[in-house]
Write a protein that binds this ligand. Sequence first.
Ligand code: SF4
Length: 332
Amino acid sequence: MEKILQVKDLHVSFSTYGGEVNAVRGVSFDLHKGETLAIVGESGCGKSVTSQSIMRLIPSPPGRITGGEVLFQGKDLMKLKEKELRKLRGANISMIFQDPMTALNPTLTIGEQIMEGIIQHDKLSRDQARKVAIEMLNLVGIPSPEQRLKQYPHQFSGGMRQRIVIAMALVCRPEVLIADEPTTALDVTIQAQILELFRDIQKKTGVSIILITHDLGVVAQVADRVAVMYAGKIVELGTRQEIFYQPQHPYTRGLLQSVPRLDMEKEELVPIPGTPPDLFSPPVGCAFSARCPYGMEVCDKAYPFKTHLSSNHQVDCWLQDERAKKSVSTFV
Ligand code: SF4
């Protein structure tokens, strides 16, 4: 499959009064054309920082991208000048955030806000931009778009506002859409409609989507592949089927056991004990060790090698490495 975006060994840290927090510690993944890649994990695992760093949107200071490459159309986004990057944002790579209200200006009509992007990027006249804006509102399922273009954000429900934000993100036909918890602020029924909208839009436009979420229910509905993050690293990556039906990392298994499913008894829910480690001074070995029921001596002494279980499925866990069980001294 054609790779549209490649993230290679990304490192991001934040300066705080307490010291340097290593929020993202060597994240690598490819995004394929037309797929949805979900990045999942508990809050604080680095998934949002990763997605914002792709477009160099982390606040700096205190944030700092300390290493890695993000390749898009043969260019490393980490090395682009701010002016070049600004051209790319929205036109080629677009982003949607959790709260639609923060993305919309309450003092401008929806029409003005959608048209602004089109006029800026596509250099169209106001009339042409208006036509495109109407098309976009149609695409995201806003009824009577001609009338609604004249309305302000507060005249729309939460679900409608998120549809408008999606329309704004897609208006310049980007190749990549990064959606950071796009349905978290919405109720379950609206959430299902927005997820359906993502699927529909992807079919119609072929856009590649990176979906950041803590919600495995959302992942199950829309993801083609899933990257599981823990303490700033991707610890398992695979197709949706591989992650849901053959999870190999104890953290992935823990996540799956801690969310309710329809076919599950209440007693089968098992929360993951403990809390993620402090990323001021991340552990040398596996960061999940203190919470892992399968930990071995080697786990605290060295970070596991990446094991490739199939062409898509990879996991960072010593359990997958036969040598770890035989001899700790091989690695430490
Ligand atoms: Fe558990 Fe060790 Fe695997 Fe980490 S490397 S998840 S501690 S078995």
